[in-house]
Design a protein around this ligand. Structure first.
Ligand code: FDA
Length: 395
């Protein structure tokens, strides 16, 4: 049986945003993806348990050239709406930390839920299919397809939900940005976000033996600060605090790290000096901080010998280093391991109510392809749900 070549709506990208949109855009919707399966990033997210939203989600948790843009969609389709949907499918979940909600069982439940919702809405999905060309027609758009589904298809509403550039191995492409440029829409500069920092060889020589060491930290960039765990890896610094900071960091900038924020290092060092002055200062640090990190910080400060020989001034300088450690990343691991792409299709060109391009009626951009990037902690999926819903219900 020949497939219908005309649809009311075509959505390119069966990821989080595309599937959410298809579940709300009415019956005659075709969803096209070049991957073998829908929702692959949902499947691998949150260590296989999908951190599907955050109870505290609000526009302040997003990075965008226009910080107000995300407000409308986030307010009209909230985390509580999505939580309600999850619960209505009998999916049980839990809060891990800081409002982050994860499935108790598997992220695949979220993919199945969205597939069920799409089917209920009557949307059709074609996989392993590429869009080779898009043309504007008088009444909408014509697309040339290759792969499992071939030939021309047309639609009145075209939704671009192809995500960002992170994890190219999983099929991430710059397709959405190319479509925006084809239709004359501006695209802001993109960069890898929620990504580990890398350091030059001399620094890495010292960091490598600390791989696996984790501690709480407050990481400050030129723009913001995050207090969460940090982790030394064989390639540099990771952990939530570093990933969060990376989304705000720019090439060439430094970061400031307060190890174990809230710890009164000066007071603790002074106490040991009074009670146990013969102790070696580096072993004292190795007790206050995780052992290998304490030893490293002592070496960095050139601190050795009896703690009794340390004046208040010297102890204060050491304490200051621990709470204001200045580091200069060489870069990040880039899109290869980044959880998100910061930047994207400029919000100036889109309606915050419907996600439709102001100057190209019928063309919509949703999800990560848009210049709206969430913090770590379920915010990026919430943006996918909210923006997908906003476009879907507007169609
Ligand atoms: P998404 O990337 O989900 O979907 C895009 C779809 O378009 C894909 O199916 C892709 O195959 C398709 N596509 C791309 N180019 C195409 C083309 N040229 N032709 C046809 N199809 C094309 N967020 C969060 O909130 N909580 C979490 O726990 C995590 N965890 C996480 C882990 C890892 C490892 C990564 C990489 C990312 C996360 N994220 C996350 C981020 C989250 O996955 C991401 O922000 C959303 O999936 C974005 O949803 P979109 O639908 O916009 O893009």
């Amino acid at each position: 049986m020949a497939s219908n070549p005309h649809h009311n709506t075509i959505i390119i990208g069966a990821g989080a945003a595309g599937m959410m949109c298809a579940a709300h855009s009415g019956g005659d919707t075709l969803v096209i993806d070049h991957a073998k399966a829908p929702g692959e990033k949902i499947r691998i997210s949150g260590g296989g348990r999908c951190n599907f939203t955050n109870m505290h989600a609000g526009a302040d948790n997003f990075i965008s050239s226009n910080p107000h843009f995300a407000k409308s969609a986030l307010k009209r389709y909230t985390q509580w709406d999505f939580i309600g949907l999850v619960a209505s499918h009998g999916i049980t979940y839990h809060e891990k930390t800081l409002g982050q909600l994860f499935c108790d069982d598997s992220s695949k439940q979220i993919v199945s839920m969205l597939m069920t919702e799409m089917e209920k809405a009557g949307a059709k999905l074609v996989l392993r299919t590429a869009v080779d060309k898009i043309e504007k027609t008088e009444s909408g758009f014509r697309l040339m397809l290759s792969g499992d589904r071939q030939g021309a298809v047309s639609c009145q509403h075209l939704v671009i939900a192809t995500g960002g550039l992170s994890i190219p191995k999983m099929g991430a492409t710059g397709f959405g940005y190319d479509v925006a440029r084809q239709f004359g829409l501006p695209v802001t500069q993109t960069r890898a976000g929620l990504v580990p920092f890398t350091f030059d060889e001399t620094v890495m020589k010292n960091f490598k033996p600390m791989a696996g060491v984790a501690c709480d930290a407050r990481v400050t960039t030129d723009r913001t600060a995050f207090e969460e765990a940090m982790l030394f890896t064989h390639r540099g610094l990771s952990g939530p605090a570093m990933l969060q900071a990376s989304s705000y960091w720019r090439d060439g900038e430094g970061i400031s790290v307060a190890l174990m924020p809230g710890t009164d290092f000066f007071g603790q060092l002074k106490t040991v000096r009074t009670t146990n002055g013969k102790r070696d200062i580096s072993s004292v640090l190795a007790e206050i901080l995780p052992r290998r990190l304490g030893q490293y910080m002592a070496g960095l400060a050139g601190a050795s010998g009896n703690i009794a020989d340390y004046s208040d001034k010297k102890l204060q300088a050491l304490a200051d280093l621990l709470s204001c450690w200045q580091l200069k990343p060489a870069g990040t691991e880039g899109y290869r391991t980044a959880e998100v792409t910061v930047g994207g299709v400029s919000t100036d060109a889109l309606s915050s109510q419907t996600m439709m391009a102001r100057d190209v009626p019928g063309l919509y951009f949703i999800g990560e392809v848009v210049d709206v990037t969430g913090w770590l902690g379920g915010y990026n999926f919430q943006w996918a749900w909210s923006s997908g819903w906003a476009a879907g219900t507007a169609i």
